[in-house]
Design a protein around this ligand. Structure first.
Ligand SMILES: NC(=O)c1ccc[n+]([C@@H]2O[C@H](COP(=O)([O-])OP(=O)(O)OC[C@H]3O[C@@H](n4cnc5c(N)ncnc54)[C@H](OP(=O)(O)O)[C@@H]3O)[C@@H](O)[C@H]2O)c1
Length: 363
């Protein structure tokens, strides 16, 4: 029997961190818990009978000391744009694999720039092992295999019967009022949020979706090489109409005072989905790839509620990291790049639905 993995959950006391800890414990795993707030970390660790360490991310030597003796760290303390660099750098110094649950484009790009250093250090850098991007990354690779000459990819997701968490909203606020993005000719280019509107048929329901800048613009580009990618999510037509005037209100939303006000409101009133929402909510991913002749292949994934899925997928992937070392795979890897498009079906409650291929009307 192989020795149990020595791993840490940093940011364990946040909304998602606690879900990850709870799921790990139900799997009989014993992660070391960590964070910057001694009282919260100690209380959580004692309630589960787990070891804990306390360190902030401002002191690089303290982080190196905090990672001592570990094999992997799962970083759950976001917004990651403020936290990833210090922890990833300490991982490079200590030879500890780095995993996180970000979906932030700038963070994905920043970690990818550390690829060569990670390879030299013999570590895996695998960000975005939550709802964003595990199912969509698998969907991207699945479609790319079905349509190898596809050059246009559209990925859409919806989370139904649930709500957003404090950390996700805080991460969105770090970019509120800024441009959206799309991948065009292999490069991530600024494009207005909501530039595209499409009615998505999820299989058992349909809803309007608008284009938004999502982590897959980076990761799907890396794992499939597809040059044109858009990412979309559910939104009302009213929001789409309002976004047509974003050039007027975006400068206001970028003001530090306005962001601070909105962050204060989020801090006071948002925590995350309730236990009932986690259990009964659900999520869907829709993907469509199109080749230069206009032939499209589409597919759908049925999923558990997105925060529940994040806990399930993050714990699952951390446990599979040692396999990568045996296969000689180190450096920056997306989840599907490392484990293939069927990875998502290893996670309870996740299934691909029936697929269809459509010929373009012009053919
Ligand atoms: N990819 C996905 O699908 C997915 C899913 C879920 C969440 N997320 C992301 O995960 C992150 C956490 O979300 P959440 O809702 O769990 O957030 P949360 O409830 O606000 O918790 C954030 C955690 O991070 C810690 N933290 C924040 N800033 C820190 C810093 N500068 N240094 C050290 N620790 C810091 C907080 O510690 P204190 O208590 O000490 O403040 C807390 O433990 C967000 O960025 C969110 O977008 C992504």
């Amino acid at each position: 029997m192989s020795a149990p993995l020595l791993w840490m959950i940093y940011g364990a006391t946040g909304y998602t961190g606690r879900l990850v800890v709870a799921h790990a414990v139900t799997q009989g795993l014993r992660p070391v818990l960590a964070g910057r707030n001694a009282t919260k970390v100690r209380e959580l660790a004692l309630s589960h009978g787990l070891d804990y360490r306390v360190f902030a991310l401002e002191d690089s030597e303290a982080i190196v000391e905090g990672l001592r003796g570990l094999e992997s760290v799962l970083h759950c303390a976001g917004p990651f744009v403020h936290t990833y660099r210090a922890l990833a750098k300490a991982c490079l110094r200590t030879g500890v694999h780095y995993l996180d649950i970000t979906g932030e484009l700038a963070v994905l790009e920043g970690l990818h720039r550390m690829n060569d250093q990670a390879k030299k250090a013999g570590i895996v850098l695998m960000p975005a092992i939550g709802f964003d991007v595990v199912p969509t990354d698998c969907m991207a690779m699945h479609l790319a295999e079905r349509c190898p000459d596809g050059d246009r990819l559209m990925l859409a997701f919806g989370n139904f019967g649930s709500r957003i968490s404090h950390g996700t909203l805080s991460s969105l606020l770090t970019r509120i009022g800024e441009s959206g993005a799309e991948r065009v000719d292999g490069k991530i280019q600024p494009r207005p949020v909501g530039r595209l509107l499409e009615r998505i048929d999820w299989g058992d329901r349909s809803s309007w979706c608008i284009s938004i800048p999502w982590g897959d613009l980076f990761t799907a580009g890396i794992c499939t090489g597809i040059p044109h990618i858009v990412t979309m999510t559910t939104a009302s037509r009213l929001l789409h109409r309002i976004l047509k005037f974003q050039f007027i209100f975006n400068p206001l939303l970028r003001m530090r005072m306005v962001r601070r006000f909105l962050q204060g409101k989020v801090d006071r009133s948002v925590w995350g989905p309730s236990p009932l929402e986690l259990e009964h909510g659900s999520a869907m991913v829709y993907g469509r790839i199109t080749n230069p002749s206009g032939v499209s292949v589409e597919a759908r994934l049925q999923l558990p509620e997105s925060y529940r899925l994040t806990a399930l997928s993050a714990v699952h992937l951390v446990q599979r990291i040692p396999e990568l070392k045996h296969r000689g795979m180190v450096g920056f890897l997306t989840p599907a790049q490392a484990f293939g498009p069927k990875l998502i079906t290893e996670i309870p409650g996740c299934t691909y639905l029936e697929e269809s291929t459509e010929a373009s009307p012009s053919l």
